[in-house]
Write a protein that binds this ligand. Structure first.
Ligand code: IPM
Ligand code: MN
Length: 360
């Protein structure tokens, strides 16, 4: 029996709906294994701006720091997207949270589930067997460089900088992950044009000697974008900087068949954070059509981080069971869709009911 504090940041749009299902699943795990998960919700994103004027209120940051792990839904609201003059934005909350908690590595696994192969717009024979993990640097690069308008107001800039140390720390995580998987690491960069990319290549090339069992490949991001669609099974671990990782992970989600299936873990110096890779999907808010599986699989990654591996395996098996039995939301099953709530309940009930002997 363990006792853990989980800070929950439901956020905006479909965030609260998918988070509720992940919390329900974590509660089922707690009951099934006799654990205690103290889960409290806190404001972040557009809802926090509405309530406090700040997308990341101090109380939320403090609660995250005091927790054993953080579970996040999604943030963002279209009213900010079309207003270039907005000074306060929901995304600033997320970026500040990542930076404040030192979450420098965002880990995004991409799997082609056999039962969903026909749901991807890509040919099944190309994607079958895809099993890759994207290690996206999360607290540096163009996202966090100096940005602004030129003095005369006619131009704008976003600086991209990286230090050796910023590259080293995430690269070590990626090399270790590759060593424990299929021993292949692909660095995705734009070293034919960008100086920061040349530094990434230099550092990774030097490090490769420390991981002789890992085969290292280097790909320019434009080519990588094509290869991910053309031949995704060639990838094992992809290591890349912040913005390239943002873009190629959305692209890679097409392989799984839906954005609503992809979880992520952000780890670093302090408490780790777990969130779906999808956004707040405001058009779907309140309709009960959002896929909760990305949030539920993020909860599975959270359990693994807390070293509750049997518990995590059970969540994964329950998700597989839902996929196999066609308990799918609208984007994957337009003719016979299940609601967000029904998918979450199916998975939570499966955990509550699962055979004692198999799991103890
Ligand atoms: C993501 C999102 C965020 C990002 C946004 C909401 C700031 O797209 O987590 O991938 O760009 O990192
Ligand atoms: Mn993104």
């Amino acid at each position: 029996m363990v006792s853990k504090k989980i800070a929950v940041l439901p956020g905006d749009g479909i965030g609260p709906e998918v988070c509720r299902q992940a919390v329900k699943v974590l509660q089922a795990v707690a009951e099934r294994f006799g654990h205690r998960f103290e889960m409290r919700s806190h404001l972040m994103g557009a809802c926090a701006i509405d309530a406090t004027g700040d997308p990341l209120p101090e109380a939320t940051l403090t609660a995250c720091r005091e927790a054993d792990a953080v579970l996040l839904g999604a943030i963002g609201d279209p009213k900010y997207d079309n207003d270039p003059s907005a000074k306060v934005r929901p995304e600033q909350g997320l970026l500040r949270l990542r930076k404040s908690l030192g979450l420098y590595a965002n880990i995004r696994p991409v799997t082609a589930y056999d039962v969903l192969l026909n749901h991807s717009p890509l040919k099944r024979e190309r994607i079958q067997g895809t099993d890759m993990v994207i290690f996206r640097e999360l607290t540096g690069g163009i996202y966090f460089g100096e940005k602004g308008r030129t003095a005369d107001g006619t131009g704008a800039y976003d600086h991209c900088t990286y230090s050796r140390d910023e590259i080293l720390r995430i690269a070590h995580l990626a090399f270790k992950a590759a060593a424990g998987r299929r021993q292949k690491l692909t660095l995705v960069d734009k070293a034919n044009v960008l100086e920061t990319s040349r530094l990434w290549r230099e550092v990774v090339r030097e490090m490769a000697a420390q991981y002789p069992e890992v085969e290292v490949d280097y790909l320019f991001v434009d080519n990588a974008a094509m290869q991910i669609i053309l031949n995704p099974t060639q990838f094992d671990v992809i290591l890349t900087e912040n913005m390239f990782g943002d873009i190629i992970s959305d692209e890679a989600s097409v392989i799984a068949g839906s954005m609503g299936l992809l979880p992520s873990a952000s780890v670093g110096a302090e408490v780790a954070l777990f969130e779906p890779i999808h956004g707040s999907y405001p058009q779907a808010k309140g309709k009960g059509i959002a896929n909760p599986i990305a949030a539920i699989l993020s909860a599975a990654m959270l359990l693994e981080h807390l070293e509750l591996n049997t518990e995590a395996a059970m969540v994964r098996e329950a998700v597989d069971e839902a996929l196999h039995n066609g308990i799918l939301t609208q984007e994957l099953s337009p003719n016979a869709p299940y609601s967000t709530e029904e998918v979450g309940s199916y998975i939570a009930f499966w955990i509550a009911d699962s055979n004692e002997k198999q799991w103890n």
